[in-house]
Design a binder for this molecule. Sequence first.
Ligand code: TYM
Length: 336
Amino acid sequence: MEKEVVVSGIRPTGFLHLGNYFGAMRNYVRMQDDFNCYFFVANWHSLTTHPDTRELKNSVYRVIAENIACGLDPQKVAFYVQSDIPEIAELYLYLNMLSYKGELEKTVTFKEKVRLQPENVNAGLLTYPVLQAADIIIQRAVKVPVGKDQEQHLEMARNFADRFNYRYGDVFPLPYAFNYGDELIRIMGLDGNGKMSKSENQNATIYLADDDELIRKKIMKAKTDQGPETPDSVKPDYIQNLFTMMKLVSSADTLAKFEADFNASSQGNCIIRYGDMKKQLAEDMVQFVKPIREKAADLLANPDELHRIIKQGADKGRARASETLTMVRNAVGLNY
Ligand code: TYM
């Protein structure tokens, strides 16, 4: 049986962090053996918010290196840079004719970006979800491993694919956001404000390149409170976030101990010690990040090898993309 096709991308707009890892990259690594995977660095997308390209090449290389350091194997998957696949741009053009100003203006990420960069509300920003749809359906993907923040973009990608099929004939399967487990993941910043992010809120974000001391410092400063008022309380989101991280990097026993302490705590009888919990989490996080950081640094010291990997990825990525584009041109009737 043919393996299902998977696509996902990461923007090279800064250093990768735990949110990227647990929302996306961890799934890439798990999926690479069972699916036909296409992963890429979304450098065109980064131009919508980062027009200054002086750091772009370094960032692209870093994203490649950090993904490989996390266990992604470029022999098993197609791992490419978006701008090496011109077929995406052509498909984006056709999809742009099928997407409407009203729906694009309503996109949550667009409204957020308008607020953050009112001086640069460019057309690329407006049509960002159209380009993302083209990235996905150019490989005729059905599964897209992403974090929770990408849910709306995936819904839009499905709409655009469906609209194309309806108008020109069935070319595309419909893609869905994917995570192992039931829910898409959202890692919050350590200060309890919003999600962990590449370019905002750096003290509340654990980067895969952070050194041991910095990781300890950031985690020890994470937001906590006086403890729960009643036994078996619902955890506030910033406390839940610490438990989520602990579940990801600590042993099951460690997690179970702090869960039990939390559930047994109440006002006047606070058993859980957030200071101890953060110390433990910090040590486990250091152990988790260290090998990734070191392997990425080794890879980055060998740009020729990274260049070879990027070129190999482009060939793999273009093979299926050009097949799709022929189907698209035939469907639209652009085959003279
Ligand atoms: P980007 O570059 O912002 O993030 C890359 C991946 O990391 C996930 N992620 C998170 N998951 C959980 N918690 C967080 N705090 C967190 N922060 C980031 C994102 O959900 C994403 O999976 N538009 C995309 C890039 C893109 C793309 C695509 C993705 C372009 N084309 C096609 C999938 C398919 C983005 O900005 O991701």
